[in-house]
Design a protein around this ligand. Structure first.
Ligand SMILES: Cc1ncc(COP(=O)(O)O)c(C=O)c1O
Length: 344
């Protein structure tokens, strides 16, 4: 079978963190109208997500500003991906790292943080496995204030946005002027708006589409519980300072069912494991591909891979127990793909 030539030259690096960035672009779908859907696969970063980019940038800027000294203590409220990035970087740089988590966080993410030497602190939510972002943040803030840890505070840290200048540059290098739409999940807003801020100066016509879970409040209420992890703004939590409505052309909602059943569909149909929030973004991007002007190039920021969700999104029992299985999503996507990819 033909192999695609390597996009970048192979070289030797000396630290794990040198492997951050230059993530691949996968063309998932090309339509008969000459449009295409490209996925920026951030799971190819160390720790398997985009968030390690912000972990590095937040530590770099804190060091430059004198907020973090050698041997210092870092704390963050995290559903896992930011924590894994901070855990890897803290191990590399000799910091103590504490992750404040809730019972919603995937067990494997927690074990990974522990493997890098992180301390785990749970907020007290009893048996409830729903997101507890507001509680987590309050605890991280308290420990930082009372015990002197440096709270990276990803929701309000400009370094979170700065980290994605590299993503914009990587996309620009490959696609030049071709990109017409940028689609991404909105949690803190760092990835979508950090990337968009740079790209909009180069591509003024670029359409920026944000996706958040139904029940998240950044694009309007009402708030309700949801299971997509690492994304959205749950009721009670503050909308992050990085969410920049001026850069947003459209804010869309996606249900847990649409998101998770899309992730499951992508694994079977395209041999691609994506995380639950990424499934939701790709669901909306596929629907947009149908109505986008001919010749469009849509880029989706895929924040992480599916391997972290084997116990949830890819576990039939877990899905069934929460009434999340829905073969209708698969049928809908199949029909849509047939219409837009097969010549009439
Ligand atoms: C699982 C997950 N969902 C969503 C996002 C997008 O989050 P943010 O808006 O904070 O960049 C990320 C970022 O990497 C993520 O890891």
């Amino acid at each position: 079978m033909d192999r695609h030539p390597l996009q970048q030259s192979l070289s030797i690096v000396t630290r794990s963190s040198d492997l951050i960035g230059n993530t691949p672009l996968l063309e998932l779908i090309r339509t008969r109208f000459g449009s295409r859907l490209l996925l920026k696969l951030e799971q190819f970063n160390p720790t398997g997500s985009a968030k390690i980019r912000i972990a590095r940038q937040m530590l770099d800027e804190a060091e430059q500003q004198g907020l973090l000294k050698p041997g210092g203590w870092v704390i963050e409220s995290t559903s896992g991906n930011t924590g894994m990035g901070l855990a890897l970087l803290s191990a590399e740089r000799g910091y103590r790292f504490t992750a404040v988590v809730d019972r919603h966080a995937a067990a494997d993410k927690i074990r990974t943080m522990q493997a890098y030497g992180a301390e785990i602190m749970y907020v007290d939510t009893g048996d409830n496995d729903e997101l507890a972002t507001a509680d987590r943040e309050a605890l991280a803030a308290k420990i930082a204030a009372e015990q002197g840890a440096y709270w990276t505070e990803q929701h309000n840290n400009p370094a979170n946005g700065h980290a994605y200048r590299d993503v914009a540059e990587e996309l620009q290098k490959v696609l030049g002027q071709e990109m017409t739409h940028l689609v991404g999940a909105v949690g803190t807003g760092g990835s979508l708006f950090g990337t968009a801020r740079v790209l909009k100066t180069l591509l003024p016509a670029l359409r920026v589409i944000g996706v958040e879970p139904h029940g998240s409040i950044a694009f309007g209420g009402p708030g309700a519980a949801y299971y997509q992890s690492g994304t959205g703004t749950p009721e009670g939590a503050e909308i992050g300072a990085l969410v920049d409505y001026d850069l947003l052309d459209e804010g869309l909602k996606v249900s847990d069912r649409q998101a998770f059943n899309t992730s499951r569909y992508l694994a079977r149909k395209f041999s691609l494991m994506t995380g639950g929030s990424a499934g939701g973004v790709i669901y909306q991007a596929i629907k947009r591909l149908e109505v986008a002007p001919p010749g469009s190039t849509l880029v989706v920021l895929v924040c992480d891979g599916g391997e972290k969700y084997l116990d949830t999104v890819f576990n039939d029992e877990w899905m069934d127990k929460r009434d999340l299985l829905d073969s209708g999503v698969e049928r809908e996507l199949d029909q849509l793909l047939e219409q837009i990819t097969v010549s009439a």
